[in-house]
Structures are given as C-alpha cells and as structure tokens.
Design a protein around this ligand. Sequence first.
Ligand code: AMP
Length: 549
Amino acid sequence: MHHTSLIATIVAGLGLAFIFGALANRLKLPVLVGYLLAGVIVGPFTPGYVADQQLAPQLAEIGVILLMFGVGLHFSVKDLMAVRKIAIPGAVAQITAATLMGVGLAVALGWGWGAGVVFGLALSVASTVVLLRALQERRLIETDRGRIAVGWLIVEDLAMVLALVLLPALSGALGGISTAHGAGGIAGAFALTIGKVAAFVAFMLIVGRRVIPWILHRIAHTGSRELFRLAVLAIALGVAFGSAALFGVSFALGAFFAGMIMAESELSHQAANETLPLRDAFAVLFFVSIGMLFDPMVLLREPLAVLATVAIIVLGKSVAAYFIVVAFKRPKSVALTISVSLAQIGEFSFILAGLGVSLKLLPPEGRDLILAGAILSILLNPLLFAWLDKAMVKVSAREAPPPVAAAAQPHAVLVGYGRVGKAVAEGLRNRTPLVVIEDEVERAAELREAGYEVVQGNAVRPEVLMKAGLEKATHVFVAVPSPFEAARIIEQARAANPDAKIIARAYTDADVELLGQMGATEALIGEQEIARGMLQRAPRRQPPPAPAH
Ligand code: AMP
C-alpha cells in the first residue's frame, strides 16, 4: 500500500478532522480542537494507523500558500506601507522580548544560551494559519486592526527567513556545530539574504505587476471559468514555489506578493472566490499535521517546563505586544486584538526547532517543548478570542451607551450594514426610527458618527440581538451575507416578536425555504431582484400596430 500514502494521508486527515471537528462543534468547543485531535490520532505517538509524516506537513504548506495568497488579494502596496510604521518596530520589539524570555527559560533549564536564542526565536513567531483563520472568522482582515496584525506577521516572516539563513552561519559562535563561516561569512550570508529578498520584491513590483494582471485578463476574456480558476491557482502556487526556489523567501511571502499584485486587477474579487474551497480544505490539513507532531507524554514528563513555555507564548508575548501597540498611541481595542492574534506559535517554530536540533544548538527536549507549546497555544487561542469578543463589547459599550431611544418605540431593525444594508438604511432614514446591528467595530463607529443608533456585535448572539429592542420592532431587515447566520438571527427574532415583518437576504430557493421555516416573512434572492430591476427598465408593452388603411 506504499504507493497510495498520499491518498491515505488526505483521506485519513480530512475524514478524521471532519468527524472530530463535528464532535467538537457538538460539545461547543472550537472545531480546531477536533482537527488537532484527529492529527494526534493519526500521528506516530498514538497506536493505530500512522499517516505519512513527510507528506502531511507538505499538504499543510499548500494551505499556508493559499491562505497568504487570499490575504494578499485584500491588500494593496499602499495598505502595507500604511502599517509599516507600527508593524516593523512592533514585530522587532516583540521578537526581542520573546527571545529574551526564551533565553531566560533555557538558562533556568540548564541549557546553553545559544539554545536559548533558538528556543526564544521559535517562541516569537506566530503561525500564519492560526492568525489568518481567526481574523477571517471575525471578518477582521480588512479592518485597521487586521491590517496591522497582517503587517506584523509579514515582518515576523521576514525575520524568520533571515534567522533560518543566519543560524547555520552563527552556529559555531553560539555553541553548536561550526559550519566554518568567519565573521565575513556571516555578514555575507546576511547581505545575500537581504539582497535576495529585495530582488524578489523588485521583481514582483516591476515584472509581476505587469505580467500577472495581463495573463488574468487574457484568460478572463476566453470566458472559460475553468481556465480562469486554473490560472489563479497556477499563479498563486507557481509564484510561491518559484520565489522560494529562486529567491529563498518563504512560500507564504511569495504567495502574499502574488495575491497583492493580483489585487490591483479588478478581477481580484473573482480570483479570491475561486481559491476558497481549496484553501479551507488545506488549512484543515495544517492543523492535522500539527496534531501529528504532538507527543502527549511530554505533558507528564516535563509539566512545569511546558507550563512555562506556554506562559511565555500566551502571556509574555501578549503583554509585550499590548504595551508596544499602546506606546504607538493606538486604541486599546487594537492593542488587545494584536496581542490575542499573536499569542500562539506554529509552523515556523517547528522549522526553526528542527534546524536548531540538527545544528546541535537546541537539545531535543527543546523541540518537544516547542511542539507542546504550539499545540497548547493553538488550543487556547479560540478561548482568548472569545474573551476578546467580550472585552470588545465592554470597550465599545463604554464608548457609547446602547441605543434605547429608538428601541423603546415602534421601530425598524437592520442587521448588517454592508453593500445591502447601507442602501436599506439610507432608504429608511426618514421613514421610521431605526436601530442598526453591525459586527465590525470600525463600521459601527462610523455609523454612530453618521447619526444612526447602533448596536455593535454579532447578531447571532442573543445578548446582541436583544439590545435592538425586538419586542417593539415592526420590521426586521436581515442583510447579512451568510444564510446560516441569517437563519439563526431570524429564529431568535421570530421567537421574540411574533408580529414583526422579517425580510431576509437569500441566494437560492433552498435559502428562501430555510429562512421561511425559521420565521422570515419574505426572503429576497439577489438575482431575482436584479431581474425585476431590469424589467422595470424594459420597454413598456408595445401598443398594437395601427390597422392598415
Ligand atoms: P455585505 O456583504 O457587503 O452586505 O456586508 C455585510 C455586512 O454585515 C458587513 O458589514 C458585516 O460586518 C455585517 N455582518 C455580517 N454578519 C453579521 C452578523 N452576524 N451580525 C452583525 N453584522 C454582521
């Protein structure tokens, strides 16, 4: 069965991740917990089937590429430049703080300080996948906070590319295997790496910027959706791989640039949608592959050291990040989001740990601690984000009291102020008192400034929804994009108010049926409304031809 190990790994990974993810969801735990557990089960430290340990991380890497590509698609060079003033010093200061804490722990454990440097560096880099998934789930990528977090991640990524090149050169000096580089060798390696990264960025901005949109437009004009999808994938994977092979930058960085350049083309929205399903599947395999590395026995062997490692990742790094962001005079909400986003480690840490062990810089226990720290911090991350959501509600409640004026009288409720909701709100403005529920903090603040009564938060949550005074509502307009979320909102709204007119946004007949069952008075399908609009602009009925004389 050797020749089918790729298939077996994908099937076992996705299959078990599905089963345990569904189970975790049932138990009201984050689905990540299920994915990681699936990995532990197909890993070598638990009995039974063992998935291919070489293939799993490679599949995970495809997930990283597609995720970073997707993020790049929402970024422009201008966005990146706008956050550099905080992201560069922030990431550098945080890496320094985490490395110092790592050195401290290493020395306490009786390792050399060279081991401490590798250990600390490994604890300082956050996992791309964990961070981006968390931001995407909360629709934070395109907010101010999200952009800073992504910029910060990119600086960390670059720092790691440098660290991976410089460690072998510095190994002798740090007390590991000497690879016979003099001081000149180290300076040379440093200069060469910086030069390659600069060459890569220049190449992408000069050549990529012209060629990539051109290819995309040509393919879009063929009218073949299949070819377009293929072009997007080929460019994302090709640029990531090519940039790693030719310029020595990471896959993630290559993919990010490919996305960022594509974002300048007006076809980028379509491109983003084409890679979504693949991206999500491979991101799941990422968590499975991390679970596979985990040896649960380390928790019994070295409980205190594991605890200290987790404390550095989750507490030490967060506190450092928090104060750095606050020192840059950004609001507390931004500081909290950055801290929580970065309070975990992942793929880069394993690569560094592996290199450290092979250079005899890091003892194998160090790698075990890093793996345990990674899996525990990834498990804790959704809990931290849940806590963050609560803290944000408090912070925003302090900024503005919940609206009561409109909610106390008959009024309309609008859920979601995006492309659809905005138009609805403007139309309703002089017709009825209105309360808007909007999840995004920045958008909610804008709305408040524009004079709307706003409840900030995810309307799926009952405590958010009920603040809009549903008992008194005459109309509820549910303009959120996800029919799943809409269904849960409508169900609760109907329970709170049997008489209100509930109008919902849908995409398919199946959505209309589901939303109707949940209690919607009417659900409108975008395409049908467009058709109706077209017909309104169509010629009136032709008068019958005048009789010929
Ligand atoms: P669009 O798809 O452009 O109409 O945007 C949808 C808007 O609805 C965005 O501003 C989202 O932040 C917001 N939104 C989406 N889901 C929810 C939710 N569950 N609760 C509150 N606001 C939401």
